[in-house]
Design a protein around this ligand. Sequence first.
Ligand SMILES: Cc1cc2nc3c(=O)[nH]c(=O)nc-3n(C[C@H](O)[C@H](O)[C@H](O)COP(=O)(O)OP(=O)(O)OC[C@H]3O[C@@H](n4cnc5c(N)ncnc54)[C@H](O)[C@@H]3O)c2cc1C
Length: 446
Amino acid sequence: MSLELSNDRAFIEVVPPLTQREAAEEALRCYFCYDAPCIQACPTGIDIPGFIHHIVTGDLKGSARTILDANILGATCARICPTEALCEGSCVRVEDSRPVTIGRLQRAAMDHAMASGTPELPPLPERGSGCVAVIGAGPAGLGAASQLCRMGYRVDVYDKRDAGGGLDTYGIVSYREPLTVSLFEVEVIKQLGVNFHFGQTIATSADLQHLRNTHDAVVVAVGLGKVPRLAIPGEDLEGVYDALDLVEETKTRPLMDIRMGRLAVVVGAGNTAVDAATCARRLGAEEVTILYRRDEAALPAYRYEYEFAKQDGVSYRWWTLPTAIIGDGRVQGVQVVRTALKGGDRSSRTAELTVIEGSEFTIPADTVIRAIGQEKEATIWELMGAQMKNGVVVVEPRTYETSVPGVYGIGDCLARPGESTVVQAVEDGKRAALAIHRRLMCQQAR
Ligand SMILES: Cc1cc2nc3c(=O)[nH]c(=O)nc-3n(C[C@H](O)[C@H](O)[C@H](O)COP(=O)(O)OP(=O)(O)OC[C@H]3O[C@@H](n4cnc5c(N)ncnc54)[C@H](O)[C@@H]3O)c2cc1C
């Protein structure tokens, strides 16, 4: 499905860029700590004081180079990283006023690179020769591919989609990250020399065996699957959406062609639910309600996502569990029950819940959006015969190698709770690349 760039006002990037002057002033607030905690807090270890110092001296190109050297998806991460939990959360300026807005400064440098040309990235000190196949052109695959390419390897990336970027391109709402940003990043990686093969699904044992026969190592970075079904009656009624399909539609179809109802109910309360709910609002739904079986204290979405949803006019119904979607061909409402804690910590997402007897009621709705996470992707590992645990591939934690020699698993497909972020996926890719390099060096030395 081809991509659709929208210039609809509701889908234009929400956070404005810093002006040159604002960026310079904000950069001067950095203490340039010797032992910078922000670097420790960044999974990819970007030299944050270093790139900020370049901004202070007006060298935005140098700033972008410093960022890209550590994180090839620096433009995406500048926009969607949970900075309050990472770099900005550890900024020492929190104690005397507010943290330096590292994300927005990173965006200033990366916007400059997007507008005026990407700085050349130096080859990495680790040098090798050989070829590696990467399955999946999402953040994890791109992280591995760019790093291996900079080490001197030939890299072939295969993706079932027509464009790269994975969820950055197809799953992140464009008012948080415009499509042009993730497409620019794929282009930068193409310019490094990575070979992309789009529209190619690696789906059979023969496909996998072929890649193993023709490459020195195979990296699997296929992400997760669709949103799971709610397993309640009425899910096949017209007007029930998968949150990821809805977001994808806003990026692949003209917005005016998407039919959105007036009263939307979103089931789930994580970041995907916020994206789906705000999308529904921006597509014209008058009332959008997120149902969550716990309360605010246990909310899985980041705080800024929650605030964003409220600003967009999304309302929340706590202690509410859907039991059926009702309607006659089309959705007419959601039947729910009230829940309560059986005991335990109110803020815990695992504390046991109980359903309150006789508390059933119906919420009128013409649209229901399922947003309760993503399914695990097991097929590819089963075809390879890789060791699995609870439906997830087992990898060696330092190298990411699976039980199949020379085959590595990285990114969201490892289904690690709390670690499904773009920045973590890129870091997985970098680490797996280094492990592959070391393995191949050892093999060649024998
Ligand atoms: C709605 C939503 C909002 C999010 N918001 C944020 C956010 O604000 N900040 C943040 O840091 N993270 C966010 N994330 C998480 C982030 O997008 C992921 O952690 C990240 O994309 C994981 O990268 P990945 O490469 O592992 O997987 P993906 O991005 O899913 O990429 C996997 C790629 O593999 C390809 N593929 C799959 N199977 C095959 C096959 N058999 N053959 C060939 N190709 C295949 C797919 O087409 C895809 O391109 C969000 C996720 C969602 C769903």
